[in-house]
Design a protein. Structure first.
Length: 272
């Protein structure tokens, strides 16, 4: 990544899930690369992009986004090698250039039966292979911010337990995604997100084996939300909103405006 200033970047992540064909992924990555290559928020280091395509598209995404965005995977095996047909190990993901990997998404839990035990093993697998986990956590049903934060911290503690036992260190990107807000027309209220993420960020700073961990929000996130969440999140995890590459530009524009405001004393968005 180019870095022309000392600002800590706001993370802007995109999971493409299984929406795109390989060809459309190439076209999307090419368009995003063109935006990132000339956008001040990226060039200045105010924003850092990461993109998570499907497994077959990872090499192409790496080639296109080289130096402009981190590329990661949507899943990994709990094991590094073995007779595990259909699985992809963290060691292979690292070998092909991935630096991040998504773990614990609500869809993996609900559709594929991933349990807390599996999530725990995958976090350990990611960290021992020098991959930064994007750990998805969130309450299943609407709750008070205090209740939601307590549940998220429980999930976080449980997820890193195996890694901590074996001293697998490294920062984690904690993606707060209240399950009831995923795919919803509107995200959770700004007040709810602010309260939960403030508590999560405070707690993340106490994880001595995972120094540098960050908290991003990913429940139906879109334009304007970063401004509303000023000072309480380290970035956004985007879904369908980002299918139009112009939406990436919109978010980067917003980060640029926030950066200018901060430097003039008018804003305090986390990470800027």
């Amino acid at each position: 990544m180019n870095s022309l200033s000392s600002v800590t970047p706001v993370q802007v992540g995109v999971s493409l899930k299984m929406y795109f064909s390989h060809q459309r992924t190439i076209e999307w990555c090419t368009a995003v690369a063109e935006i990132a290559r000339t956008h001040d928020a990226v060039l200045s280091g105010a924003a850092e992009l990461f993109v998570i395509p499907t497994f077959p598209s990872i090499p192409a995404a790496q080639q296109i986004l080289n130096g402009l965005a981190r590329v990661g995977a949507q899943n990994l095996s709990t094991e590094d090698a073995g007779a595990l047909t259909g699985e992809v190990s963290g060691s292979v993901l690292a070998e092909v250039g991935c630096t991040v990997v998504e773990v614990g998404h609500a869809e993996r839990r609900s559709l594929f039966g991933e349990t807390d035990d599996i999530v725990r093993a995958k976090i350990a697998a990611a960290l021992r292979n020098n991959l930064r986990p994007v750990l998805c956590i969130g309450e299943a049903a609407q709750a008070t911010p205090a209740e939601a934060a307590t549940e998220c911290i429980r999930q976080l503690d449980d997820a890193v337990r195996d890694a901590d036992t074996h001293d697998h260190q490294g920062p984690i990107t904690i993606a707060y995604e209240p399950h009831w807000a995923i795919g919803a027309p509107e995200p959770a209220s700004a007040g709810h997100i602010q309260a939960v993420c403030t508590r999560l960020r405070e707690y993340a700073h106490t994880l001595t084996l995972h120094a540098g961990s960050t908290v991003i929000y990913g429940g139906s996130a879109g334009p304007g939300l970063l401004t509303e969440l000023a000072g309480t999140v380290d970035g956004l995890f985007l879904g369908r909103f980002a299918h139009d590459p112009a939406a990436i530009r919109s978010i980067l524009d917003e980060i640029g405006r926030i950066t200018v405001d901060r430097r003039s004393g008018h804003s305090a968005v986390a990470g800027l």
